[in-house]
Design a protein around this ligand. Structure first.
Ligand code: NA7
Length: 545
């Protein structure tokens, strides 16, 4: 690749979802020349790709909005308590339009390699368009849930009828009327898609490997008064978000341990929180996530709710989650999911009991010999989460070290922001940061601000390179593991937070589970301490090195 062909920038940003757009906007304010490279044909990230029917955010719409445009907070009207994908995508479009961000984004441009040129102190970013980009700094905003996980079911490539992964849903309308539709997967995505498809399909077959906990979202249109109140109190909301565990308005746990109060009071609290229509049940008592006996009680209480919704008792039992403790996986928020199993056109296929032996050209052959003919397959099997998008980009750091080799046993970072051996490469909501444990837009804000402050510090101090020390990564790994191991999640067997959902992926604590509020303090202290744990190399020293 001729160097003369390369386009030069101060910063290359990867991705044009909420993270990439915020970073671009911030860099403009700093006077840095920046370009964002985006695989998709337009802005939106997750919300560009996930166009499947029923796609909806599990964070209330008012809270799931950018905190850096105070005018837009006042101008934008969210129509529902929880927004559906088209509305969020329209919102992101509006964010990009009003800040004229698209002029700095190259769409349909997939990054194929990112390589450190140590001699010139630059990252060389190669893409499938042929044009390389060069910049001393690269910031990945590639997202946490953007690399689809395709199931390794024998014969799946033989299916001769329409097959769609929910994370790569077609732009043209997909009709289900009169069709036999199979949905594989019952996570947040499968639950949303199945609920929507059940309203239209001739027959829906939900292929369930593991029953999961799902709470009613109680979604509904927002009233005029609620919208006005939200606009009036945005300042307060942002304060709460920036100073809470998950950047959320979820009610804090009761002050005492669960078993310190009478059973009927505990159950009344579970009932009250179930009826809020958010994930508040998980936070009813602080020890739900750490005490197996308390957790077992709430898990059984939720199973009781499922039994109360599903008419057929045998079917209800199959839908009752028993494999995992409540809340160790992301709690699903649904809009009538368990209710669809009372419809004649919906069947549950329990593939833990009777696994899919193979997919044929026309349907699913189960091990028992039962054959289910399908006109369409919807694959809702999730993502190679958190590390997948970074490992997909063929990143090579100093001394020819591949990120894939460095992370062969799981991610190694300092603060979930940077890696030893990969100077000036920042990750937004990357591994070992709070990422998906907080409202991601607010987690993005904290990272964007920290990175922007760091870049400004480097400019002011004449620093060319920042790189964490190896011992910093060891310290952070211990912190992340100590917090992670206290949660019952550590006992889970197939959890995407731990990398267990992708065959062959190393199992590790991929996320920081200590809360965005606590994490923010740690990151701020490190910066205030002159970027403790990092090597900072001045212009001349970096050139000598
Ligand atoms: P998830 O939560 O990872 O769920 C994936 C689902 O797919 C889950 O039910 C899996 O069952 C199932 N799955 C995965 N592989 C297979 C195979 N090979 N065969 C059958 N079933 C399989 O992904 P989602 O897209 O629903 O949600 C991801 C996040 O996006 C979500 O948490 C929100 O934050 C938004 P398993 O439980 O592994 O047995």
């Amino acid at each position: 690749m001729g160097e003369d062909m390369a386009e030069q920038f101060d910063v290359v940003v990867i991705g044009a979802g909420f993270g990439g757009l915020h970073m671009l906007w911030k860099l403009r304010g700093l006077g840095e020349s920046a370009v964002a490279l985006e695989r998709a044909g337009d802005v939106g990230g997750t919300w560009y790709w996930n166009r499947y029917p029923g796609a909806r955010c599990d964070v209330p719409s008012v809270e799931y909005s950018v905190p850096w445009d105070r005018e837009l907070e006042q101008e934008w009207d969210w129509s529902e308590r929880y927004s559906a994908q088209p509305e969020i995508l329209a919102y992101i479009e509006e964010v990009a339009r009003r800040h004229d961000l698209k002029r700095d984004i190259r769409f349909e441009t997939t990054v194929t390699a990112i390589t450190r040129d140590e001699e010139r102190g630059l990252w060389v970013v190669e893409t499938d368009t042929g044009t390389p980009f060069e910049a001393p700094v690269v910031i990945s905003a590639a997202g946490c849930l953007s690399t689809p996980n395709l199931p390794d079911i024998p014969g799946i490539e033989d299916f001769a009828r329409p097959l769609h992964h929910t994370g790569r849903w077609p732009h043209d309308p997909v009709g289900f009327e009169g069709k036999n539709v199979g949905v594989i997967g019952t996570g947040s995505t499968g639950v949303q898609a199945s609920t929507a498809i059940a309203a239209e399909a001739g027959h829906l077959f939900v292929f369930q490997r593991t029953a999961q906990y799902s709470l009613p979202a109680l979604n509904r249109p927002l009233t005029k008064d609620e919208k006005a109140e939200a606009k009036r109190t945005y300042g307060k909301l942002r304060h709460v978000q920036r100073n809470s565990f998950g950047a959320a308005t979820i009610e804090p746990p009761m002050a005492m341990k669960a078993f310190a109060i009478a059973k009927e009071k505990r159950f009344a609290e579970y009932e009250r929180r179930w009826n809020i229509g958010r994930q508040d049940l998980l936070a009813a008592f602080a020890d739900i996530g750490t005490d197996a006996e308390v957790n077992a009680e709430v898990s059984e209480w939720v199973r009781g709710k499922i039994r109360g919704i599903v008419d057929d008792p045998d079917l209800a039992e199959k839908l009752c989650p028993t494999v995992n403790p409540f809340g160790t996986r992301r709690i699903i928020m649904d809009t009538g999911y368990f209710e669809i199993f009372n419809q004649d056109n919906v069947s549950l296929v329990d593939i833990r009991e009777d696994p899919i032996a193979r997919i044929t050209q026309t349907g699913a052959q189960l091990e028992s010999g039962r054959f289910i003919e399908l006109d369409m397959l919807v694959i809702a099997t999730g993502y190679d989460a958190v590390t997948g998008p970074l490992l997909d980009m063929n990143i090579t750091g100093k001394g020819g070290q591949k990120l894939n080799d460095k992370w062969a046993h799981g991610p190694e970072t300092w603060l979930g922001l940077m890696m030893h051996g990969f100077p000036n490469l920042f990750t937004i909501t990357g591994p070992q940061s709070p990422t998906v444990h907080a409202n991601v837009i607010m987690a993005i804000e904290q990272h964007v601000d920290w990175i922007a402050d760091c870049l400004q510090y480097m400019d002011t101090e004449g620093i060319a390179e920042i790189e964490p020390r190896h011992e910093s990564e060891v310290e952070w790994a211990m912190t992340v593991a100590a917090i992670g191991s206290a949660n019952l999640r550590a006992k889970d067997t197939n959890n995407w937070y731990l990398g267990q959902n992708v065959p062959g992926k190393p199992v590790s604590y991929m996320t920081y589970q200590g809360g965005l509020d606590r994490y923010r303090k740690v990151c701020d202290e490190v910066a205030a301490d002159g970027y403790r744990g990092f090597d900072l190399r001045r212009m001349d020293a970096a050139a000598d090195a």
